[in-house]
Design a protein around this ligand. Structure first.
Ligand code: P53
Length: 476
């Protein structure tokens, strides 16, 4: 018997903009996800100036969960989910983001959704901001480059905490807040922080400023949340891709360490309530002169998180050779391949041991309960001649990762709250906007061009995961 607790939170994870659709219904406003087109592996999604007719915006309809959630939650229940991670679309509650009063229809939708989960004993796990801030906050305020965003976010957070305080116990503030460590590309700064850059601007400085405002907003939200309901468990959410040194060359070791610092200082601020020395020294050296007040630093100390939620899909590897003397990490430039590891069809390194490494690393660093809130394999699924989807590749991926997760609990003593594989029902890929990159236990009939009946089908992995949950991870 493994030592996974009996109340271990097995479930699945999604985000509002990737599955709800109904982008204009119930008073919803336009979000940053609504102005991103469909792309594919190697081709970035286009971020358009508003919604342009004739372009393919896959999030507008997504998988129409907005109208079909009852059927979908029933299927989650059939698999035995103990929890369901989703996000609240900010634009359903505050369509433009700067209103003073929330939109009742949006609030009612999530009341109904959470009630439907609770009816089956499924605990909602809720991310407040998952790549879907109101687009109006981008055009009018410049996204999180503007301090005003802290108050807009807090208004949203407070309304959610108050409205759902008796329905939702587990919260997270900003999804994968550290993706924007890759500020060289447009995707992460836009989805994390609503940042658009003019040519010649210092992207890096703007990103650190935006991240600071988010960290302050997160800390304040944690504090407000605990005042509203002391039983709330409020976590941060980090995209965890451990960065391995490519050789035992001391400079590679140091490069990997410095790169990890740049990707994960966000967690230090969330957990310890202050910036680590390596970051303050870096800001000084770069002469960033960030707007970081004494009051901000006090707020950070008062709003530290209860747990660390994180996604784990892949590991990275790094060599010092491409970097500079100071080991300044550049995510678009410095990463190298890892010969010991296979990759998915979308080039993501498949590394189950990396999950055990991650669980140990996060424990060593932060000594907090951990929650794996995303993990999974994006793959193409096809119906076989018998009319079924035999997704053994997905089962193999998940099994290997769950095995390592259990070792981390059993052998390493990691304190783990739960496991929610990503995209438990097929949905729109965040990175590419494709439907073809599927993660689900449940197949949704829809293709990249938006054709399909939207009917749902159980894949082989559906039955497999059901047994995993029923046996609390014994039957893999
Ligand atoms: P997609 C990059 C690296 C790691 C996780 O991603 C990432 C990304 C962004 O693409 O995002 C998370 O759909 C994110 C989800 C997303 C999921 O991973 O690109 O929290 O919204 O769908 C998988 O395959």
């Amino acid at each position: 018997m493994s030592r996974l607790p009996n109340d271990f939170l097995w479930g699945g994870a999604v985000a509002a903009h990737q599955l709800e659709g109904a982008w204009k219904e119930g008073g919803k406003g336009v979000s940053v996800a609504d102005v991103m087109t469909a792309a594919e592996h190697g081709v970035p999604r286009e971020i358009t100036d508003g919604v342009i007719e004739g372009k393919n915006y896959p999030n507008h309809e997504a998988i129409d969960f907005y109208h079909r959630y009852k059927e979908d939650i029933q299927l989650f229940h059939e698999m035995g989910f103990k929890c369901f991670r989703t996000s609240i679309a900010w634009t359903r509650i505050f369509p433009n983001g700067d209103e003073t009063e929330p939109n009742e229809k949006g609030l009612k939708f999530y009341d109904d959704l959470f009630d439907e989960c609770l009816k089956y004993g499924i605990e909602p796990v809720v991310t407040l901001s998952h790549f879907e801030m109101p687009y109006h906050l981008v055009t009018e305020y410049g996204g999180f480059r503007n301090r005003k965003l802290i108050d807009f976010f807090l208004r949203f957070a407070r309304v959610c905490f108050e409205r759902y305080k008796d329905k939702v116990k587990y919260w997270m503030t900003f999804n994968e807040i550290n993706n924007q460590a890759n500020f060289h590309e447009d995707f992460a700064p836009f989805t994390n922080s609503g940042l658009r850059f003019n040519t010649g601007e210092d992207r890096e400085r703007i990103m650190y400023q935006a991240a600071h405002y988010e960290l302050v907003a997160s800390a304040k939200a944690v504090k407000i949340g605990h005042e509203i309901n002391p039983d709330f468990q409020i976590g941060c959410m980090i995209a965890m891709c451990p960065i391995y040194p490519s050789t035992s060359h001391p400079k590679d070791i140091l490069m990997a360490q410095k790169a990890m610092q740049k990707r994960y200082y966000f967690a230090d601020v969330h957990v310890h309530g202050k910036y680590p020395g390596y970051m303050t020294r870096y800001f000084e050296r770069k002469k960033f002169h960030l707007d970081m007040t004494k009051e901000d630093l006090g707020v950070l100390r008062e709003g530290t998180v209860d747990y660390i939620g994180f996604s784990y899909y892949m590991s990275f590897a790094i060599s010092h050779q491409k970097s500079n003397e100071a080991y300044d990490y550049n995510e678009s430039r410095d990463l190298v391949g890892n010969d010991y590891i296979e990759t998915s069809d979308w080039g993501w390194a498949i590394d189950p041991e990396g999950l055990r490494y991650t669980l140990n690393w996060l424990t060593d660093m932060y000594h907090l309960p951990l929650f794996i809130v995303e993990n999974g394999l994006g793959a193409v699924d096809k119906f076989a001649d018998d009319g079924k989807i035999h997704d053994d590749y997905r089962i193999n991926y998940l099994r290997a990762h769950i095995e390592q997760m259990i070792k981390a609990v059993d052998e390493d003593g990691v304190d783990l709250m739960g496991y929610t594989p990503w995209g438990c029902i097929d949905l729109v890929s965040a990175g590419t906007g494709e439907m073809k990159k599927r993660y689900g236990f449940i197949y949704v009939d829809k293709d990249n061009e938006g054709n399909g009946t939207l009917d749902r089908y159980r894949k082989d992995s559906f039955y497999w995961y059901k047994d995993v949950i029923a046996s609390n991870g014994e039957k893999l």
